[in-house]
Design a protein around this ligand. Structure first.
Ligand SMILES: [Cu+2]
Length: 457
């Protein structure tokens, strides 16, 4: 699906930021990724075999083997991410994208990661959830000096336990994460693991949020909670790829939260169990069925289920504002306000004026409003039956009998079999229920004796 650009000009590009050619000669070439499509799973070319994950609208970093050590090269740098078709945002990321590439290794692997800093300020990388020597933990000022702009640092440790992890800076965190610096990390079990099931599909994505003023391209990094762009892997609906699976596949979805609020992730049509956290696999006796799991700030959750119902099933954050695109929060609620006769008068003064919200906001899904140049609609996406009225943390799980094993291709829209879809009632309306008037209306009122005067004293 995606081309992977192996950066021919890496040496020249980095020499400009101060990394010497001598130093570069020892570095693995950084693999770069400029597109935003979901890359197919990276089948491991060497090392211990494993079932690879699929990163939604992302990719997995290739490595080189060096004396039995898996060597990766992350380049922290400014990138441009297209968050939805036509909506581009200036971010900081790794190897051409935000989020950076997923790092996939196997339990017991010795891992060496070169981190080259091409940002305008210092950075570090913290390996969230890993057991590692303290000096490899990436907390700037505490466990290491920060990586200055233009320099390359090396992290090296053994991936000691299998599970779902992530990486992000621990230097000027507020700014660097608000700008999109983060990535996923999966450590696969080295052999059959009693608490880790084999699955046919294994998806991962990070929850992230930005505050981008409509018409601008750079996130406001000082925003704490009132973000307007709620995204998965720095993409928003309808820019988030669908999760395409074969009927009766066992599916795992791994989710990490690097926003500043919790996200209840809700899947339609199936029930799942939470099989793992960043702390490790959940023992079967501690699992319970859910259709929504809350992913709190800084947490990872992995959910698993049998995809045994065909169809196009919504999967989304259940905070309704998080499935909306860029919106103003200071809009008055106009539901029930009678505008009749007002619009024409107002339009004499403000020709572009239109009424919004007096019957709810569903009109926004169909009515194209003029938007500033670089933003995305509040409610967007077309389904086979009309507007989806969504934006943000929303996509679909597509379960199909005819989906070939291992194929992640989008099968298109589900055609509901005849007789299995909600339909308009065609009969005559049922007779209005009549309620008999009470014989003595007064008797129905509670009898309350009000104090009056001083007679009761
Ligand atoms: Cu949310």
């Amino acid at each position: 699906m995606n081309r992977r650009n192996f950066f021919a000009g890496a040496a020249a590009g980095m020499a400009a930021t101060g990394v010497s050619r001598v130093a570069l000669a020892a570095l693995p070439e950084p693999a770069m990724q400029a597109g935003n499509a979901t890359a197919p799973p990276l089948v491991p070319p060497n090392g211990r075999p494993y079932q690879p994950v699929v990163t939604l609208n992302g990719w997995t970093a290739p490595w080189r083997m060096n004396g039995g050590v898996k060597e990766f090269h992350l380049v922290a740098e400014p990138v441009v991410r297209e968050m939805a078709p036509g909506f581009k945002v200036n971010m900081w990321g790794y190897n051409g994208q935000s989020p950076g590439p997923t790092i996939e290794v196997v339990e017991g692997d010795r891992v060496r990661i070169f981190v080259t800093n091409r940002l305008p300020e210092h950075t570090t990388v913290h390996w969230h959830g890993q057991r590692l020597p303290n000096g490899m933990d990436g907390v700037g000022g505490i466990t290491q000096p920060q990586i200055p702009a233009g320099k390359t640092f090396v992290y090296e440790f053994t991936a000691r336990r299998p599970g779902t992890f992530m990486y992000h800076p621990h230097a000027d965190e507020m700014v660097q994460m608000a700008m999109g610096m983060m990535g996923f990390w999966v450590t696969h079990p080295k052999a059959r693991h009693p608490l880790i099931d084999e699955v046919q599909r294994d998806f991962c994505f990070l929850l992230n949020a930005y505050d981008v003023d409509p018409g601008s391209m750079t996130p406001r990094v000082n925003t704490m909670l009132d973000h307007n762009i709620w995204s998965w892997n720095s993409r928003v609906f309808p820019g988030i790829d669908t999760l395409n699976v074969r009927h009766r596949d066992k599916v795992r979805i791994r989710v990490g939260n690097l926003t500043m609020t919790n996200h209840p992730i809700h899947l339609h049509g199936h029930e799942f169990t939470v099989t793992g956290t960043d702390g490790g696999p959940v023992p079967p006796m501690a699992r319970w069925p859910e259709v929504t799991t809350d992913v709190a700030v800084g947490q990872m959750r992995q959910i698993e289920f049998l995809a045994d119902e065909e169809g196009d099933w919504a999967i989304h954050c259940h905070k309704s504002h998080h499935t909306m695109g860029a919106m103003g929060h200071d809009v008055p609620t106009m539901i029930g306000v009678d505008h009749s006769g007002l619009v024409k008068k107002i339009q004499k003064l403000v020709p572009d004026y239109m009424v919004m919200g007096e019957r709810g906001m569903a009109d926004m899904g169909e009515m194209p409003m003029p938007l500033p140049d670089n933003t995305h609609p509040m409610m967007a996406g077309q389904g086979p039956y009309g507007p989806a009225e969504m934006g943000g943390m929303f996509t679909l799980l597509k379960v199909r009998r005819e989906q070939p094993p291992g194929s992640y291709a989008d099968p298109g829209w589900f055609r509901q079999p005849a007789g299995t879809q909600a339909y308009e009632f065609g009969g005559s309306p049922p007779p209005a229920a009549s309620v008999a008037a009470p014989a003595q209306p007064q008797a129905a009122l509670p009898s309350v004796r009000k104090p009056s005067g001083h007679s009761g004293h």
